[in-house]
Each structure stands twice: as structure tokens, then as C-alpha cells.
Design a protein around this ligand. Structure first.
Ligand code: NBX
Length: 835
């Protein structure tokens, strides 16, 4: 018997409530039990990882305990609609703090651990996050799971359990270096493997026609390869509710285990090779966030999780007497971009080949089941698959896609006789070059609802990329502006601000974010503004300490923290930010006595490993830091930090400490952005273009509380159409020329050729209008600096930003999806428009 940690409790008393109790006594007993019986450790000798795992198990028990009924209902319910969110990426972030917040036991657990001489904050810091996504799209999926559970909508997230997530980024001599992400190496306590619910996934082979007993023409698929998909479930508890949903991620395994006696040595190694090949399917996340790689393995991954998911859904539907014809009454499936678009022919295949439905009936079910969310307008990001590759891997699906396409093209010709151009544009098959399948067109034709992720993005989708589809079926299109979960991005990550807000307006705001409006009158209260500034200062001090530890750079918490964290991409224009920094630097060099607002510029984000210019932009940032950080003329007034390995966890430390949020993409390029929302919700002021959700943020917070600059999307298009000449902008702007020449002459690091590809791109092409927006950006930054000199006015604006951000809760986004796309209400009840 090991000593009970519950004061005043008899040591022999069984820990009755050890799996359910929420008070510190029960919690510490539970952690202790796990330490002892699961980790085989006594508290006195346990490592931090032992404590972390034991705490996580204790929390997981409570998730399951609260949610077992809703979990059962998810898959075993005979009626009502469940949402299936199909996504190749779920960027969940650390789970411990978020789950404690949603359970409402953060303080109790802190106290429980304290009794064992353990700091909860240390365990939270110790946690390794599963980086199973690239950026915005994957993180959006995670926010949506939180909101679905909070709104008590039955939902399952289906995806891939990558063994290696997004690479971990190191900075060596100013360059990005990629390391494999071993997120599983110390154990991942939040999931349960469910080998008994494994499914088979088939690839390759050929198809053959046959006639069934009723004399009907049917098709059989004889695959060449079979792979097992094993589900791993993570419970997703809503905020202070009992609904517990599920994230079900699939791991690929070889079907056959090896009978050692049956193999000679040579065969054995071949058999192991086969196993290794199979298991590569779920081995690694592709680290590209914009241009797809077109690799066969990537298509294998997409089909893998889609086939697992649809099989799982269909099985659950049929088990309780559902008929294949009513599949859509039981499931609303959302395609998170085109990555899961192969779900359309997969569902058709199951309904036609396995369940004998007629084409029209199967098509009706399929279209009513799926909705498609588009996340990008970038032409290079639109996925296509070479027909030969697709057909070799999925021969039956290719036949079905051809038949969908035949009917689609016939339909277009009926509505627009003679318009063969239109047929070519809308066809599922791109005939130019290597014949390929257009996944966005497949997703459109197979879905009853198609949406963009911010108002401008949806408008541009409708007027440009998908205009032909709008002409055919305008009723299918709608907008759902993105949102983020305030539970993680305010409550868990900014406790000081959360306390102040709760003290001021009560504790309803995390579940009803519009309640933040109640802060508005307090913007006029000097005492409140002082407390607001104190919170920000405390958060900046904490971030300064982390920056020192990660980079060795000392930054002054009293300086203006000007932050840009997001994937590195030319369209996001981190290099525009750098041009501004160098402009300030040159001004200081020319006039060291200049009265300049001290600023700390923080950058963070990963570059796709094959994207050379993006990697060079990282080097440009770090070289700028090397130039300015220790220059005696600068006297600490400029600091430039590249925060390595940006992640959800890093974001949670960074957003609360920002004064200025950089949202400076070329107008018309950023579909929505969600970092913009996280910053503003934490009291940062935005400097931004009229792009993505910036437009709606500015509308909400008021144009007077937002630093706007730059060309509009229309102006960008017009400038390009009339022959935009970046070289002329360079020639005519003396300060810009000086900065560009500084970079081009080796002023950063000594090698004049180092940044040539970036500079040549800017001077000769500049597709993202960096030079065109340079002066407007620099001028706008002067307005930022002027306001910073008036701390009262700054605090007032910061408060108003937070007060008016209620719209950007992911709860609002999910309500929009429920109403406009899924037609489901709480507990799966059908709502108006339900199929
Ligand atoms: O999706 C992002 C957009 O760029 C953001 O504007 C938007 O806010 C966010 C959520 O809607 N897109 C994105 O993150 N894409 C990817 O990560 C991606 C990953 C793999 C791939 C293509 C894109 N093959």
C-alpha cells in the first residue's frame, strides 16, 4: 500500500471516486493511482513525464466518464444526424490545459498536483503536441471539433494518425533545418486504439463486369493490395457540457501477420518489407500548405482515411437497421478542402456495387451527404491527380468518376447547348498536358453545399474560380466565415486577461462570445485601462523570458511587440515586414538621435521544405536580426526575433503578448486567416490589408480601431491588367531603393548574391505586389507608432478590439454550418432544410 495523498482520509479507504471525482482530493488520488499502477512509480521517484502521463490519464477518465453516453449515441443511435468532419489534418495542440478548462477543473488539478509538490504549469509545458497539420486548415478543424462538442452537436472528426507530424523546425546559422517530429516517443495518453473496429482498405488491381441473380449488370473490383485501418480515438469534450465527441484517426497496418515457420529467410524479409510499405501510408504528413505534391503516396493517404471513415459510417448506419438509401439522413459529411474528395466516388461505389442501388438513387444520397469547404484561391493549390496514377490505384473509382463526368457534361450541354468551352472548364478531367482529375470540380459536383471561409473569399470563389458552378446551381453556394475557439485561445492561453474579463462582465463569455460587448463601456475607465495594460505587460514579460530561452535574444517588454506568426509564404509577405524594419534601421543609421518608438519584431512560421524562396525569406529575417540587434547606433530600439518551431503551443504563448498583429497578405490571396482573430481577441491591434477575414474584423471592431493599408483586391487586379511595373516603383521611391540596395549589396551578412532570387522576384515580377504596397505600409506603421505614444488611446482601442470580436468564435461558425450546410441541431435533431 502506498500512502494516500488525501489528507485526513484513511489510507485503506478504497479510492471510490478516483475515476470521477473532481475535487483536489480525488484528483490527486487518481494521479497517484496511475503513477503507481500504470507507470509503476512511487511519487517520490516519478519523473515529470510520469506525472504528466498520470495526470493525463486521470483527466481522460473524466472525459470518458462524462461522455460515454454521448459517445455511444454517436455511432449507435438509430436516428438523428451526426456530423462527420473529413480532414487530412487535425492540428489539435496540447490537450492537458484545454481539457482541464473544458472540464472546469483547472484550479482543482493545480491544487491536487501541488499537494504532491508538482506544478501543473510544468506538466503543461512538458506536453508534446501532435502536429498533425500544416497550419490554418488543420487548426480550423480542431477549433470546429471543440465548438461542435460545446454546442452538443454529435460529431466525429475523421483523419489520419500520422506517425510523424509536421517537421520540427530548428534555425541553424539563420537557416531553417527540418527534423522529424517524434510526437509519440514519450507516449500519447489522450487516445485509445480500437483494433476491434479495424477496417480493410483496397488498392489497385482491376474491375470486371458480371450479371447478378436478377440479371442486372454489375461490376466487381478485384484489388491487388489490402491494408488494415486501425482507429485511434481521442475524446473531445465540449466546454462545461456533457457532450463528448470523437476524433477518430486511422493508422495503416499490414493485414497479414507473419507465420514465421512458413517463411524462409528471404521470404521473411520480403514479407517484412511488405509490412513496412503498407505502414508508410500513415507514416508522415506532407508538409506543403499550398502546392500539393502529386505523389502517389499522398493519394493513397487520402483514399485510406476516406475509405476507413465511410466504411465506419455505413457500418454504424446499417447496424441499427438503417438502409443504404437513407445514409444521408444519418450523416452530414464535410469535405475539408479537396483532400477527402475521393469520398464522393467511394460512397457511390459502396452504394452501387455493395448495396445494389441504382445510379440515380446512389447519386441523390451522395450529394445530400456531402458539403465542400474551399480554403484557397491560389491556382497552384488546386489539387489534380494524373488519370493514369488515379486509375492504377483506384480503378473502380475512376470508372465511377468517368460516369459522373459523362452525366455532368451532358447536363451542361443541355443547359448551354454549343458551349463546349464551358464543358471543358467544368469537366472533371483536365485534357491539357497529362490528363488529370480536378478534385475541386469533383467536390463541387458531389456536394449539395459549397462554401468559402470569409465573405471576400466566397465572393471571389463565386466570381472567379467557381463561376461556372455558380451559374449552374447558385443555391449551393454560401459563405461561412471562419472562427476560433475562445476556450483555447483566450481562457487557457491568456489566464490573466480571462480573469480580468470575467471579473468585469461575468463568466458567460467563453461560451457566448458576443458577451464581450459588455467590456465596451469599460474602455472609458482609466482604472480599467490600467489593469488592461498590466495584463499585457505581464504577458509580454513572460514571452520575453521564453524568447530569451529559445533564441538567446533579450527583448524589452516595454517596447512595442509587433508580431507576424504564420506559415512562410510570398503571398503572406513576411518580406514586406522586413522592408519596413530595414527602413527604420536605415533611418536610425542616418540619424542615431532620432526619436523612434522602440519595437520588437517577432516572426515565426515554417516554410515548406521544397519552397526555396520561403526558406530564403527566413534567412532574410534572421540576417536582419543579426544586423540590427546589436548595432550600437540602434541602442536597443529595434529587435528582430525569429521564434523557432512555431506551433499551436508556441502560438498560445505568443498571441497574448502581442501589441500589433501583422495581417499583410496581398489583397485577394488569404482565404480568411485565423491568426488575425486570435491576436485581436487577445487585445492586439491589427495592421492589415483588405483581405480574407481582415475585412470582417475591421467591420466589427470599427475602421477607427484597425490599421488599414494597401491595394484592394480589385486594385491589385487592375494594376496587373494595366502592366504593373515593380522596377518603376523601385526607381521612384528613394527609401525603398536604399533598402533594396542594402540587401542587394551584401549589407545583410556580406554575400551580395545571397538574396538575389528574392530581390529579382520583387524587381522583375512581384506577383504579390510587395513594392506596390511598400509606401502605404510604411506610412501606416507611422500611424501605429504615433498611437503607441498615447498609451491611454492604445489601451482604449485594444479593449474595443476585444469587446467587438464576438463574431469570430468558432461557435458562431459552427452554428452557421448547422443552419446553412448540415441542417442539424443539438443532439442531432434535424432542422429546417434537413434532407
Ligand atoms: O486555411 C488556410 C488558408 O490559407 C487560410 O486563409 C484559412 O484561414 C485557413 C482555414 O480556412 N489554408 C491552409 O491552411 N491550407 C493548408 O494547410 C493546406 C494543406 C495541404 C495542402 C494544401 C493546403 N495540400
Amino acid at each position: 500500500m502506498y500512502p494516500s495523498v488525501n489528507e485526513g482520509e484513511s489510507q485503506s479507504e478504497p479510492s471510490r471516486d478516483v475515476r470521477t471525482g473532481l475535487d483536489p482530493g480525488n484528483l490527486s488520488q487518481a494521479v497517484c493511482d496511475y503513477l503507481y499502477y500504470f507507470q509503476g512509480r512511487h511519487p517520490a521517484t516519478a519523473s515529470r513525464n510520469d506525472f504528466y502521463l498520470s495526470t493525463a490519464y486521470a483527466v481522460r477518465d473524466r472525459l470518458f466518464q462524462r461522455g460515454v453516453q454521448s459517445l455511444d449515441a454517436l455511432l449507435h443511435r438509430p436516428e438523428g444526424r451526426t456530423v462527420a468532419y473529413l480532414s487530412a489534418e487535425f492540428l489539435m495542440g496540447p490537450q492537458l490545459a484545454a481539457n482541464l478548462v473544458n472540464l472546469g477543473i483547472y484550479d482543482a488539478m493545480r491544487e491536487a498536483l501541488w499537494r504532491m509538490d508538482v506544478r501543473l504549469e510544468d506538466l503543461i509545458e512538458h506536453e508534446v503536441e501532435p502536429g498533425l497539420g500544416n497550419g490554418g486548415l488543420g487548426r480550423l478543424a480542431a477549433c470546429y471539433l471543440d465548438s461542435l462538442a460545446t454546442l452538443e452537436i454529435p460529431a466525429i472528426g475523421y483523419g489520419i494518425r500520422y506517425e510523424f507530424g509536421i517537421f520540427s523546425q530548428q534555425i541553424r546559422e539563420g537557416w531553417q533545418v527540418e527534423l522529424t517530429d517524434k510526437w509519440l516517443h514519450l507516449g500519447y495518453p489522450w487516445e485509445l486504439a480500437r483494433p476491434e473496429r479495424a477496417v480493410s482498405v483496397r488498392y489497385g488491381g482491376y474491375t470486371e463486369p458480371y450479371t447478378d441473380e436478377q440479371g442486372r449488370y454489375r461490376v466487381r473490383w478485384i484489388p491487388a493490395e489490402i491494408v488494415k485501418g486501425v482507429p485511434h480515438d481521442t475524446p473531445i469534450l465540449g466546454y462545461r457540457v456533457k457532450t463528448c465527441n470523437l476524433l477518430r484517426l486511422w493508422r495503416a497496418e499490414a493485414v497479414h501477420s507473419f507465420d514465421l515457420a512458413a517463411f524462409n529467410v528471404g521470404d521473411y524479409s520480403r514479407a517484412v518489407e511488405e509490412q513496412v510499405t503498407t505502414e508508410t501510408i500513415s507514416k508522415v504528413l506532407y508538409p506543403n500548405d499550398a502546392s500539393p505534391q502529386g505523389k502517389a503516396l499522398r493519394l493513397k493517404q487520402q483514399y485510406f482515411f476516406v475509405a476507413c471513415a465511410i466504411e465506419d459510417m455505413l457500418r454504424a448506419h446499417l447496424r441499427f437497421g438503417g438502409r443504404p438509401e437513407t445514409f444521408h439522413k444519418r450523416w452530414a459529411a464535410q469535405l475539408n478542402d479537396t483532400h477527402p474528395a475521393v469520398a464522393v466516388p467511394e460512397l457511390m461505389r459502396l452504394l452501387l456495387d455493395d448495396h445494389g442501388l441504382e445510379w440515380d438513387d446512389a447519386w441523390d444520397v451522395t450529394q445530400k451527404t456531402f458539403g465542400y469547404t474551399n480554403h484557397t484561391l491560389l491556382p497552384e493549390a488546386l489539387e489534380t491527380w494524373p488519370i493514369d496514377l488515379f486509375g492504377a490505384l483506384l480503378p473502380r473509382h475512376l470508372e465511377i468518376v468517368f460516369e459522373i463526368n459523362r452525366r455532368l457534361c451532358d447536363g451542361i450541354r443541355r443547359v448551354y447547348p454549343g458551349d463546349e468551352d464551358r464543358v471543358r472548364r467544368m469537366s472533371l478531367v483536365e485534357e491539357q498536358g497529362r490528363r488529370s482529375l480536378r478534385m475541386a470540380n469533383l467536390a463541387c459536383v458531389g456536394s449539395h453545399a459549397i462554401n468559402g471561409v470569409a465573405a471576400l473569399h466566397t465572393e471571389l470563389l463565386k466570381s472567379q474560380v467557381l463561376s461556372d458552378w455558380v451559374a449552374m446551381s447558385p443555391e449551393r453556394f454560401c459563405n461561412v466565415t471562419n472562427g476560433v475557439t475562445p476556450r483555447r485561445f483566450v481562457l487557457a492561453s491568456n489566464p490573466a486577461l480571462s480573469r480580468l474579463v470575467t471579473e468585469t462582465i461575468g463568466d458567460h463569455w467563453p461560451a457566448r462570445l458576443e458577451a464581450l460587448r459588455g467590456l465596451e463601456p469599460h474602455a472609458e475607465d482609466p482604472a480599467f485601462r490600467k489593469r488592461w495594460r498590466d495584463v499585457k505587460r505581464e504577458n509580454k514579460q513572460q514571452l520575453a523570458a521564453v524568447i530569451k530561452e529559445r533564441t538567446g535574444i533579450s527583448v524589452d517588454p516595454e517596447s512595442l511587440f509587433d508580431i507576424q506568426v504564420k506559415r512562410i509564404h510570398e503571398y503572406k509577405r513576411q518580406h514586406l515586414n522586413v522592408l519596413h524594419i530595414l527602413t527604420l534601421y536605415r533611418r536610425l543609421k542616418e540619424n542615431p538621435g532620432l526619436d523612434m518608438v522602440p519595437r520588437t519584431f517577432v516572426f515565426g512560421g515554417k516554410a515548406a521544405p521544397g519552397y526555396h524562396v520561403a526558406k530564403l525569406i527566413i534567412k532574410l529575417i534572421t540576417a536582419t536580426g543579426d544586423l540590427v540587434n546589436d548595432d550600437p547606433d540602434v541602442r536597443g530600439r529595434l529587435k528582430v526575433v525569429f521564434f523557432p518551431n512555431f506551433s499551436v503551443k508556441a502560438g498560445q504563448a505568443i498571441y497574448p503578448a502581442a501589441d500589433v498583429s501583422e495581417q499583410i497578405s496581398t489583397a485577394g490571396q488569404e482565404a480568411s486567416g485565423t491568426g488575425n482573430m486570435k491576436f485581436s481577441l487577445n487585445g492586439a491591434l491589427t495592421i492589415g490589408t483588405l483581405d480574407g477575414a481582415n475585412i470582417e474584423i475591421r467591420e466589427e471592431v470599427g475602421p477607427e480601431n484597425f490599421f488599414l493599408f494597401g491595394l484592394t483586391a480589385d486594385e491589385v487586379r487592375a494594376a496587373k491588367a494595366s502592366g504593373y511595373n515593380p522596377r518603376a516603383v523601385y526607381e521612384q521611391n528613394q527609401e525603398l531603393r536604399a533598402v533594396v540596395d542594402l540587401i542587394g549589396s551584401g549589407g545583410l551578412g556580406g554575400d551580395p548574391g545571397l538574396f538575389r532570387s528574392v530581390l529579382d522576384g520583387l524587381l522583375w515580377h512581384d506577383p504579390f505586389m510587395v513594392l506596390a504596397d511598400y509606401q502605404a505600409y510604411v506610412d501606416c506603421q507611422e500611424r501605429v507608432a504615433a498611437l503607441w505614444r498615447d498609451p491611454e488611446a492604445w489601451a482604449r482601442m485594444s479593449i474595443l478590439n476585444v469587446a467587438r470580436m464576438g463574431k469570430f468564435s468558432s461557435d458562431r461558425s459552427i452554428r452557421d454550418y448547422c443552419e446553412r450546410v448540415w441542417h442539424v441541431g443539438p443532439l442531432g435533431a434535424p432542422t429546417e432544410g434537413a434532407p
